[in-house]
Design a protein. Structure first.
Length: 154
């Protein structure tokens, strides 16, 4: 009887240990924020936070899918930031060409649903940040929606 009791205790204790480990691992992975990998040798990492009020006339077109704006306020991004409404949310990208060293031509322009780098005329999607055949995508920033205010930050 004693052997049976010890066997039951051993099985239950190892069972509970496994459950605790699985719960811990699940919590560890579910609690992380979306990871944005911004390692790009051409672009420095600047810390900033900027709020975009969608009620302001200069930002009101962001209320509609497929529209974007440029934010060129000093200290916001490397060369400024594109903010874009994807229809299912918002994206924010740096205006610096991601595959060029910083120079006089490395500030991108907004062209519909794309950002265009004047150094090499490459177009980058404001939905994904990608450009076919290019090594680095657009430098991404986080967007947090709070009512009619977007918080852009890194």
């Amino acid at each position: 009887m004693m052997v049976f009791r010890k066997l039951i205790e051993h099985i239950t204790s190892s069972f509970y240990k496994k459950i605790v480990v699985f719960i811990f691992i699940g919590c560890l992975f579910s609690c992380s924020k979306e990871t944005i990998n911004n390692n790009n040798p051409y672009l420095p990492n600047y810390t900033f936070t900027y709020n975009v009020d969608l009620n302001l006339p200069s930002h009101s077109n962001l209320q509609f899918a497929g529209n974007g704006i440029t934010v060129t306020t000093q200290g916001v991004g490397v060369r400024g930031v594109f903010v874009f409404n994807t229809g299912s949310g918002y994206t924010a990208w740096d205006m610096a060409c991601p595959n060029q060293s910083l120079s006089s031509c490395s500030t991108m322009t907004l062209s519909g649903i794309n950002a265009v780098c004047p150094c090499d005329d490459k177009k980058y999607s404001l939905y994904t940040g990608q450009s076919a055949g290019m090594t680095y995508p657009l430098k991404a920033y986080r967007v947090e929606v709070n009512g009619t205010v977007l918080r852009i930050y890194n």
